[in-house]
Design a protein around this ligand. Structure first.
Ligand SMILES: Cc1cc2nc3c(=O)[nH]c(=O)nc-3n(C[C@H](O)[C@H](O)[C@H](O)COP(=O)(O)OP(=O)(O)OC[C@H]3O[C@@H](n4cnc5c(N)ncnc54)[C@H](O)[C@@H]3O)c2cc1C
Length: 346
């Protein structure tokens, strides 16, 4: 069975791993010149089901409103001309009741707990060193399972024929397979639209900074999140990673030094001598968010197009579990988790 996995972030790579293990002949198509260079590399690196709180909560509308009036808030909105911001935004606001926030949090929590157990098995089976997981997890399938990777290959569209996908149209020409997995992060909606599938995934921009640890400094040993400012931190080997903010501003990867004020203030308050804060590396990256929070898994409108997108602020925590679920669906096995709240039609 030939399968094209579209997207080489943590979601695409873990899906490729489980499919290759199940005997599929897998090729990953990735537009960048390396794997995992987008959201998957800029994140806080926290694998913790306890952070499953739905962002669409009763306090979110007030934060968005304050941000429009110039306030410093953890969740921000920048109005623009992108119509998808408004359609997605209305769906997000509908999820902001206490009942829906509770329901969505529990769906995410269940998925994250399942994913953590799948990840523990994978880490044990492949003997991945934990703090080096980006390297280990992203490359193990190539060496051991023979997955092909085509870097620098941009997917521009899918071509549908009746209820099947017939080809992926790419910057390297047309590519055909029996099955296709859509794991393009924030790039998923525009490709899905080419075959009439409307995926409610929108970018939530986050800011990511990395500082070298100071020898002998007191750096945190466990990761954490400040829920007021959405600042997350974790130690990545000899570096300290801090991330913050959810900004709904479209497909904009830009940043200014001011965007890192929250992070630097919190880091200097909590861990004053942990790292060299004058030698930071900074970037912005885009979380693929659904309005309600859980990702979208499994079939949409086509019998051979499988969705694995919209992991939002918890993609590393969810990736192994969602990859396993999608691979199970594609190989005719019953997923170990009930899919309520996780499918395209929910
Ligand atoms: C600031 C920040 C902090 C975070 N902190 C955490 C955390 O602590 N814990 C956690 O679990 N999660 C965290 N996350 C979330 C996590 O990083 C994401 O959910 C996850 O990386 C999403 O993975 P993905 O593979 O879906 O997307 P991506 O990593 O973005 O991968 C998608 C890939 O598809 C490629 N692509 C897109 N369009 C095309 C196209 N047309 N053709 C070919 N290739 C294409 C991209 O280049 C990219 O490599 C954080 C995210 C951010 C931004």
């Amino acid at each position: 069975m030939k399968t094209l996995v579209l997207g080489g972030g943590v979601v695409g790579v873990t899906t490729a791993y489980f499919l290759a293990k199940a005997g599929h002949e897998v090729t990953i198509l990735e537009e960048k010149d390396g794997l995992g260079l987008e959201a998957s590399s800029g994140n806080a690196g926290i694998i913790a089901p306890g952070h499953s709180f739905a962002w669409a909560s009763p306090r979110a509308p007030r934060m968005l409103w304050d941000s429009l009036r110039g306030g410093e808030t953890a969740i921000r909105l920048r109005l623009g001309s992108d119509v998808h911001l408004y359609t997605w935004g209305l769906r997000f606001l509908r999820e902001c009741t206490a009942d829906r926030a509770r329901r969505n949090t529990l769906i995410k929590l269940r998925l994250c707990q399942y994913s953590q157990s799948v990840m523990n098995d994978l880490v044990r089976a492949e003997q991945i060193e934990y703090h080096a997981i980006t390297r280990g997890a992203l490359y193990l399938y190539r060496e051991k399972l023979g997955v092909a990777v085509r870097l620098g290959t941009r997917v521009t569209a899918l071509r549908g024929y009746a209820d099947r996908i017939d080809a992926a149209l790419t910057s390297d020409g047309e590519m055909r397979a029996d099955n296709y997995v859509l794991a393009l992060g924030v790039g998923a909606p525009s490709v899905a639209r080419t075959v009439g599938v409307s995926l409610p995934v929108y970018p939530a921009k986050g800011y990511s900074s990395t500082f070298p640890l100071k020898p002998g400094g007191r750096a945190p040993l466990v990761p954490g999140v400040d829920e007021k400012w959405l600042v997350g931190w974790s130690r990545l080997g000899d570096r300290l990673r801090l991330t913050s903010t959810a900004e709904f501003a479209g497909y904009d990867w830009g940043w200014t030094p001011r965007d890192f004020n929250n992070i630097l203030k919190l880091a200097r308050d909590l861990f004053p001598d942990a790292a060299d804060y004058d030698r930071g590396e900074y970037r912005a990256c885009l979380r693929p968010m659904t309005p309600d929070g859980p990702p979208i898994l499994g079939l949409g409108r086509h019998r051979n197009l499988f969705l694995n997108a919209g992991h939002g602020h918890m993609g590393w925590t969810m990736a192994c579990g969602t990859a396993r679920i999608v691979a199970d669906l594609m190989t005719g096995r019953m997923p170990a988790l009930d899919l309520e709240g996780l499918t395209f039609r929910r």
